[in-house]
Write a protein that binds this ligand. Structure first.
Ligand code: SAH
Length: 353
């Protein structure tokens, strides 16, 4: 029988069950301090209490980390080896505010099979636990502390690494809550990006524990047929269903706080024509106060090509003329394959002994 390992929070709750709750908070808080790297370092905790922690709980949920630096030294990618030998990638990138954004993975691989995405080509291996998601942020907090020459801090977290966050709903939700509780990163500085799993998007509307973080939906085409061709999880009435959901989202939440973004990869000859711009304009008008984020396509060894700068400019202008709020994403970390959609780790071939 497979026994589900306990999460760190569960273990700590069991260990600290009988003591004042602030002791538990003290340990959980310590996990986010760059100065504390083992349970023994939590000197505010009586020595007698630190020892049992060592025995039942690993301090951080990966065994090894390998960090790659971009040439410009503004983007870093870490390959983390998990307890079961599986590997995931997480990225740290400089943002417009001069601080850093952490991009976390939520699954090993991904089942969504988007045709332009490197992780989509790997297939799905397993969900990450809450600890495995949170510890990607802890990894970068330690990294920045160990590299004072970088002299900055983590200000944002985006759930845009490997995997589909809403297909791992509970662990993702808990990880968001933990990061919000123990860091100074606020909900408007956290974004969960989804392929658009409507049942899960609906669940968010009814879930009082889901934090007020920002949501981004990977739209990539407002034309149902095109979207189906490039994203196998899509279907004929997806745009209609998404528009109806978005209406309810705005009814339920204050649209200023609960920002909604549609991500749109610019693929040459696929979704960047006038016809596609018109479909997108029509769609955003229907939905209301949304932002469209145009993403340059990062090559992942497939049939797609990125749209030319001119085509992106024209597409953007069309949207702007129609009053759509458009932003453009910068591409970072291409030289270390750390850009959007490029995260993919080959499973290690282990010798059978
Ligand atoms: N599964 C989630 C989050 C992971 S990917 C989602 O689909 O949103 C984060 C973003 O990168 C998504 O918008 C995704 O469509 C985009 N992306 C995937 N492959 C890409 C590529 N090759 N170039 C640019 N963006 C890509």
């Amino acid at each position: 029988m497979h026994i589900q390992p306990k999460t760190r929070a569960e273990t700590l709750h069991i260990l600290f069950g009988g003591v004042p709750v602030w002791r538990l908070t003290q340990v959980e808080q310590a996990l986010f301090s760059p100065l504390i790297r083992t349970f023994s370092d939590i000197t505010t905790l009586p020595a007698l209490w630190r020892e049992p922690l060592h025995q039942v709980q690993v301090f951080i949920s990966y065994r090894a980390a390998q960090v790659f630096w971009s040439q410009k030294k503004d983007t870093f990618k870490a390959l983390l080896k998990l307890a079961d030998g599986k590997q995931i990638e997480t990225v740290l990138m400089k943002n417009a505010r001069g601080a850093y954004t952490v991009c976390v993975s939520t699954q090993v691989g991904c089942a969504m099979a988007c045709t332009f995405c490197a992780t989509g080509k790997m297939g799905f291996s397993r969900n990450l636990s809450e600890d495995e998601i949170v510890d990607q942020v802890r990894h970068w907090i330690y990294f920045l502390a160990d590299h004072p020459e970088i002299a900055s801090r983590v200000s944002n977290v985006v759930y845009m690494g490997m995997g589909e966050p809403l297909a791992n709903y509970d662990a993702v939700k808990q990880s968001l809550r933990t990061i919000l509780k123990y860091t100074d990163i606020g909900p408007t500085h956290m974004t969960v990006s989804t392929v658009g799993l409507v049942p899960m998007l609906n669940r968010i509307l009814d879930d009082s524990e889901w934090p007020a973080v920002r949501l981004a939906v990977s739209l990539h085409s407002a034309d149902p047929q095109t979207r189906k061709e490039i994203m196998p999880t899509s279907y004929d009435n997806f745009p209609d269903t998404l528009a109806e959901w978005a209406e309810r989202y705005f009814e339920k939440f204050d649209s200023k706080r609960r920002h909604l973004t549609f991500e749109y990869i610019m693929l040459s000859g696929v979704n960047d024509s006038e016809k596609h711009a018109e479909a997108l304009i029509k769609f955003t008008r229907r939905v209301g106060k949304v932002r469209v984020n145009l993403i340059p396509y990062n090559y992942t060894g497939d049939v797609f090509h990125k749209s030319t700068q001119t085509d992106i400019d024209i597409f953007q202008q069309r949207l702007e003329c129609a009053g759509v709020d458009v932003t453009r994403r910068r591409t970072m970390g291409e030289d270390i394959a750390a850009a959007c959609g490029q995260l993919a780790v080959q499973e290690e071939k282990r010798a059978i002994s």
